[in-house]
Design a protein around this ligand. Sequence first.
Ligand code: BG6
Length: 476
Amino acid sequence: HRKLKAFPAGFLWGAASAAYQVEGAWDADGKGPSVWDVFAKLPGKTFQGSNGDVAVDHYHRFAEDVALMAEMGLKAYRFSVSWPRIFPQGRGEPNEAGLAFYEHLIDTLIAHHIEPVLTLYHWDMPQALQDEYGGWEDRRIIADFEHYCVTLFQRFAGKVKYWVSLNEQNYNLTNAYQLGTHPPAVEDRKRFFAANHIAFLANASVIATFRRHVPNGLIGPSFAYSPAYPGSSAPADMLAFENAEELTNHWWLDTYCFGRYPQAALTWLTETGEAPDILPGDLEILSQGLPDFVGVNYYQTLTYTGNALDGVTLQRINTTGQKGTTPASGIPGLYKTMANPFVETSNWDWAIDPTGLRIALRRLASRYALPVMITENGLGEFDQLVAGDRVHDDYRIAYLKAHVEACQQAISDGVQLLGYCAWSFTDILSWLNGYQKRYGFVYVDRDERDTRDLRRIRKDSFHWYKKVIASNGEIL
Ligand code: BG6
């Protein structure tokens, strides 16, 4: 029986959120609209028309939420800053009320010995920049994003050590420009790869600038990492797995960490005419903005086959909460997803695979030789509030326990793991799935249409995680 290494001293036991999913106060104190404020109100875009106008009202209740974090013993809280709260028009002079909100939040966290982990961009682009030049589709975004980030670097350099640049560029832009399910709801692969390239340039530019402003800080992007598995050892499945790994994972991770695109994928996209325009100087920008750590948002592995690839389309979103409703997806000629018969799935068909997390961490550590921070990991499920204000989420405890165990295995394998941020602290708005898909340690009493009293209720998982933290991962 293998003796596992203990979690290191100072391990960041955390939880995470994102501005649009928790804050509410969508037009308070000078905030401008984000693309989500507009998009979520278009008919048919989100589950039962749910939106983040009120969300869980963290903007007004952050002190209560931080008090709950302190009671739990949380060591780190990852949150995102809403760009249009700081720059209502995307650029120009900052809105002091917006900066003051985050300063209060950060100061309250620090007063409770909770390390702030600040995400610069979690999908809420200022609508003004989307309208003016199409957001990520225009290189003007690079300077505007940098101006916004430098404003935060200057204000919070002395208080915030850990920074996340872009959250899930891969998942967000795939939805925004290929699947048409996030704003601006485009379905065009060429435009997708072009916008994605500009986002890479913005990410790298900001990381290079960060070094000058926050010399003692650490920064990295958060990647939505679904490690690929082959459906079998048949060579066609192995090739499909390699294709998927390169086009769905290495396309981002190699570019972030090596400053270059993976070759086979780039060749294929050049042949199809969908490769991004790489201008002189771009590769220098990419290679001068390498991260200090890789942020990983891990929820599931995906399994790929090379069989019957004709006619397959890239669409794998289940917003129903009904098992077995997610269609196969992929790229004709390259790869197609298939159900993995060896793993259980959630009600949204997400594979529950803690070993996949260990594999993910090891692949990252070996390929990129960088520390890793788990910036999200959790289980979205229907929760029931029962008599006596209790939520018995034993399924969530089982999920988190198995994944924390996988972290310890990975640490024992030699991975340098900085922290583990569960998704999420309180319940949040799941972008496309409304409030019914809950992730939190803390239940928030509201549903899609009725904000009720937004009361905070500790779930069973709250008490479980408190013990995990207190024992530094020895009692799971
Ligand atoms: C990630 C995001 O995609 O996963 C979060 O960074 C999101 O913002 C989480 O909430 C879970 O996804 P979903 O679709 O279940 O809300």
